[in-house]
Design a protein around this ligand. Structure first.
Ligand code: FES
Ligand code: MG
Length: 575
């Protein structure tokens, strides 16, 4: 190991130059003792704490435990804030800010005298943004997730984040729920620190972190307020110092095998479709060409054994008590679906971490041969409507719609959808296919979670609960239905989705992975003539940058200039 390699931070704090004086002197105004600068590893604690990201509001507290661990191992911890992309508070969508936050993280790591980082994440986009930024720097890194909230409980009923909101809104409107009960439900629904406690995007990404080997044992499931989350934080602080001493940088963890493990774990937990975008973006930052076909191929035949909402019945707190992610990874390993040698930030191969993990409740983590769903992976559909692919989560879809031919009802924007969907004159029935355009990365901008459009009232009134929906948007990890998402190229980039017209026939065959618009190539070319993209005005400099440089969904919606890590060279002196 390269104990001898000089730590990067020495270029700031070593010697007695004018620069070294200044770097040290200003730090000393915080009460740092002299030996903070004696050559011990400087550990950045990169924190997405924010009161505007309620899911991450407790991360300052956990960072204190990380600091204990760093001190114990002989390091010097320094906490700094980065942009916190807040799923619940930001508009138009936190996804717009994922890449901005990733740039923030990368630039901070490059600019500061840090030798390793602990990445404090929680809410959906905060996890990928931190990992993407650190990956671009190829620095030693450990992720500490904030952990899920306690189970929601309202009037004795177990409720998952977001799962009952629609029902309550309807009941309030219909006078079946009082306003007082509605407001009380808000408090019971989110009753502790932590991130959404369904298997939505936040829990999925915390699981991806653990599956990739970037988080310590049980990183995904320990509840935010459980004392063991604090223990994990302290251990992470100790471990990052070891990783720096051994020069185990993030690219040694983020191997192709690690990503393949994560894709299979995603299938086994019934994880969010958003993970497809985030993992591809992270992989590209370490130069691994992970693609949509990897998702389709690796997830096939992997059953979903975790019975969590939105697909199932339970919540993250139950998942932890049942054995958590290590128990799921052990099951995968026992079925030859795990690269057992993949290295983790604990410094040991993943199999060594999980091989003795036990399942304590087979209602929550099912037996392999009694899964929640036999096909837990992500289906990647292609055809003339999505030449670069589209995704669908078969476990969330209705089997009777797996092969379907229907006429398109086309909405040019989400506003257009809201305006027309309940118009009694709209020509739509349960066999129609709802098509939504201009909600992709460039078109929204930021690819909002609007792909799971609600059904028209006149279809709902017949008792029908699902229809095929197609768009270039995303959907929330807590959503459900036969929803074809992430169509690439998107409408605003001139993809064929832009040229679908009301009444066109569309054929969907999920088994055959086919998405076909029954319009001839000649006719499509004719419709494309003089194409002018529908783009809402950008209202900030960043939005312009985003629109000009964001990649399509099949490449993970990163910036076209961001892929591949670059050398973590020390910047020129500042004074
Ligand atoms: Fe933050 Fe769900 S809104 S995790
Ligand atoms: Mg979400």
């Amino acid at each position: 190991m390269s104990d001898k390699k000089e730590l990067r931070s020495r270029q700031w704090y070593g010697g007695n130059s004018k620069s070294a004086f200044m770097h040290r002197s200003w730090m000393k105004n915080q009460g740092m003792p002299e030996d903070s600068f004696d050559g011990r590893p400087v550990i950045g604690i990169c924190n997405t704490w924010s009161e505007m990201t309620p899911c991450n509001a407790h991360l300052r507290d956990l960072a204190e435990k990380v600091k204990f661990g760093v001190y114990e191992a002989g390091g010097f911890p320094v906490e700094f804030p980065v942009l916190s992309a807040s799923e619940s508070q930001t508009r138009p969508t936190a996804m717009l800010h994922r890449n901005l936050a990733a740039m923030d993280v990368e630039e901070c790591i490059r600019a500061y005298p840090v030798d390793g980082v602990v990445l404090m994440a929680g809410c959906d986009k905060t996890t990928p943004s931190l990992v993407m930024g650190a990956a671009s720097c190829d620095i030693p890194a450990v992720v500490v997730s904030g952990g899920p909230m306690l189970n929601g409980v309202v009037k004795g009923e177990r409720v998952g984040s977001g799962t009952a909101v629609f029902r309550w809104v309807e009941e309030l409107k219909a006078g079946k729920m009082s306003e007082a009960d509605f407001l009380a439900a808000e408090a019971g629904h989110s009753r502790s620190a932590g991130s959404c406690m369904t298997m939505g995007t936040a829990s999925t990404m915390a699981s991806m972190v653990e599956a990739l080997g970037l988080g310590l044992f049980q990183n995904a499931a320990i509840p935010a307020v459980d004392s063991r989350r604090r223990v994990l934080s302290q251990l992470a602080g100790r471990q990052i110092v070891n990783l720096v001493k051994q020069d185990i940088t993030i690219s040694k963890i983020l191997t192709r095998e690690a990503f393949e493990n994560a894709i299979r774990v995603n299938a086994a937990i019934g994880g969010s479709t958003n993970a497809v975008l985030h993992l591809i973006a992270i992989a590209r930052r370490v130069g691994i060409d992970l693609c949509l076909d990897d998702w389709d191929r690796l997830g096939r035949g992997v059953p979903t054994i975790v019975d969590l909402m939105p697909s199932g019945r339970f919540l993250m707190e139950d998942f932890y008590y049942a054995g958590g992610l290590p128990a799921v990874m052990r099951a995968l390993g026992e079925h030859d679906l795990l690269h057992k040698e993949a290295l983790t930030v604990a410094g040991i191969p993943v199999w060594e971490q999980v091989r003795e993990a036990e399942i304590h409740n087979t209602e929550v983590i099912r037996d392999w041969d009694k899964p929640l769903c036999k096909e837990g992976g992500i289906a990647v559909l292609r055809g003339n409507l999505a030449p670069r692919g589209a995704v669908l989560k078969p476990s969330a879809a209705s089997p009777e719609l797996f092969r379907h031919r229907g006429r398109a009802v086309v909405f040019s924007s989400i506003e257009n959808y809201y305006k027309r969907i309940n118009d009694p004159d709209l020509e739509v029935d349960e066999n129609s296919i709802l098509v939504l355009q201009n909600c992709g990365p460039k078109g929204y901008p930021g690819m909002a979670e609007v792909g799971n459009m609600g059904l028209p009232k006149k279809v709902l009134d017949k008792g029908i609960r699902d229809m095929i929906r197609i768009s270039d948007a995303r959907m929330s990890g807590t959503a459900y239905g036969t929803v074809i998402l992430h169509v690439a190229p998107e409408a605003a980039a001139g993809g064929p989705l832009a040229f679908v017209r009301e009444g066109d026939w569309i054929e969907v065959d999920i088994e055959a992975r086919r998405l076909h618009l029954e319009v001839s190539d000649e006719e499509l070319a004719r419709r494309a003539e003089g194409f002018v993209p529908v783009l809402p005005p950008v209202n900030s400099g960043y939005q312009r940058l985003y629109r000009d440089h964001v990649e399509q969904a099949d490449l993970g919606c990163d910036f076209d200039f961001a892929a591949e890590s670059r050398e973590l060279s020390v910047q020129r002196i500042s004074h």
